[in-house]
Design a protein around this ligand. Structure first.
Ligand SMILES: Cc1cc2nc3c(=O)[nH]c(=O)nc-3n(C[C@H](O)[C@H](O)[C@H](O)COP(=O)(O)OP(=O)(O)OC[C@H]3O[C@@H](n4cnc5c(N)ncnc54)[C@H](O)[C@@H]3O)c2cc1C
Length: 422
């Protein structure tokens, strides 16, 4: 096992971990020993969260050095993988076997365990978050022993989006399906009028997965439509114009000038190389940034966007870009998309820490009629009282944590403050 004793920070440099040490076990048994021994321990993934959700007062333990050991089930309907494995590594291994995941987040660099613990999502009105692919999770519990929670178990819905509060996940079993091909097309200049009323759901239902990007100017600057090619077809026809937006030959750089995005030229290729926005072999996004994201009901998306747009003048000086995505409802107790098909209103901010911190309460107040749930892994101003009001199964989650972690070994910081009421 390796460990670092210096204060380390998250990927974006927006949080310096307060934990005293970061452990890197190389096997599940080393991990079990560490969990059994340490009085306070929290799991760390690939550090892509922007806040202190992964932090704690004791040590942090990462599973990224435990071998991925990717095992495909004999019936080829699921795969089991080490929790610290990056999505991009899993995706390439599945593609080699002629298999696929149902969706990907915008970047393939995040770990399977860390992404699913916070309800990380891609887009597509009919696609659930990445967590909805989970069939089973193997946890190291507070005494160092292993336990598995599987779909169908009474505790499953409470255990999938868990924020690290139920133990350290070692192995994750995910649904897979036969590999498919995708094309990605870019449209420029979607008029705001296209998002009125049911327009949000209609646009978000284009293709397999749609993302809209705006800086709150005269229109939605870009729309990326990822279309799934039906089995047996070489390609599909895509329109040259959608609601007044014109198809463009390729992406137009706006967050980063680097050639770090997946192909957007309408070419057909692997799902693994087109569902994420960013390439595994490049630095994703801008890097020097803060991210915030709010989930509202997809059916109230139009009104929620209007409320945000009313703050455009204050948002624009600090914004790199807003991305809009859709996620299908699920029933996980702590999921941001629990119980409602959702529109995710995302902000990539310049690192204007003070200004963004001052602005977030006003954005949240504007969104209050739509009971926004912030992304667990991004920066927000939400209070414990609002978390309580917006997650109807929070009491059940607390009871689950009390059962599996009665002494609060996996607690601390963010989860104690905002979720567990400690
Ligand atoms: C550039 C960029 C793009 C992003 N794009 C998206 C996107 O498209 N969609 C989206 O929804 N989010 C996105 N995010 C947010 C990101 O997906 C989440 O914050 C995610 O949780 C990060 O996963 P991680 O592996 O880095 O985990 P960390 O940030 O290290 O940890 C996150 C949480 O998972 C827990 N955890 C991690 N590993 C384990 C484990 N083995 N066992 C138990 N608990 C564990 C931690 O305790 C913590 O609570 C993006 C972030 C960045 C930096």
């Amino acid at each position: 096992m390796t460990f670092t004793a210096e204060r380390e920070q998250n990927w974006a440099g927006t949080h310096v971990y307060g934990a005293t040490r970061i452990l890197q076990p190389r096997s599940v048994s080393e991990l079990q020993e560490a969990v059994a021994t340490e009085p306070k321990i929290r799991a760390l993934g690939t550090r892509h969260s922007f806040n202190d959700v992964a932090d704690g007062p004791g040590v942090l333990v990462s599973t990224t050095e435990i071998p991925a050991d990717i095992v495909i089930a004999p019936d080829r309907s699921s795969v089991t993988v080490g929790a610290g494995t990056r999505y991009g590594i899993l995706a390439l291994a599945l593609e080699e076997e002629g298999l696929a995941l149902h969706n990907m987040g915008s970047l393939p660099h995040i770990s399977v365990g860390g992404a699913t613990a916070t309800g990380t999502h891609g887009s597509g009105a009919a696609n659930g978050s990445l967590s909805t692919a989970i069939r089973a999770l193997e946890f190291v519990g507070a005494d160092g022993s292993l336990r598995t929670v599987s779909r169908g178990d009474a505790e499953f819905a409470g255990s999938v989006v868990h924020l690290g509060a139920l133990g350290v996940v070692t192995r994750v079993t995910l649904d897979v399906q036969p590999s498919y091909r995708v094309r990605q097309d870019v449209y420029l200049g979607v008029p705001w009028s296209a998002l009125e009323g049911a327009g949000v759901r209609e646009l978000m239902s284009l293709g397999y997965s749609t993302s809209l990007f705006t800086v709150y100017g005269d229109d939605i600057t870009q729309m990326w439509v990822k279309s799934r090619i039906p089995e047996g077809q070489a390609d599909i026809d895509v329109p040259d114009e959608i609601r007044g937006a014109k198809r463009h030959a390729n992406r137009v750089a706006f967050v980063s000038e680097d050639d770090n995005t997946t192909p957007m030229d309408g070419s057909v290729g692997s799902w693994a190389e087109r569902l994420p926005h960013f390439r595994l072999d490049r630095t994703p996004s801008n890097g020097d940034e803060i991210q915030t994201e709010y989930f509202v009901s997809l059916d109230e998306g139009s009104e929620a966007l209007a409320a945000v747009r009313a703050l455009s003048d204050r948002i624009q000086p600090h914004l790199l870009v807003t991305e809009l995505r859709a996620i299908a409802a699920d029933d996980f107790w702590l999921s941001e998309t629990q119980g409602r098909d959702s529109l995710a209103i995302h902000f990539t901010w310049a690192k204007h820490v003070e200004e963004v911190t001052a602005l977030l309460p006003d954005i949240e107040e504007a969104l209050r009629p739509f009971t926004p749930r912030p992304h667990w892994g991004k920066v927000s101003a939400i209070s414990a009282a609002d978390v309580e009001a917006r997650y109807p199964r929070l009491g059940d989650f607390r009871a689950l944590v009390a059962k599996h972690d009665p002494d609060g070994k996996f607690g601390g910081g963010f989860v104690d403050r905002l979720v567990l009421g400690r």
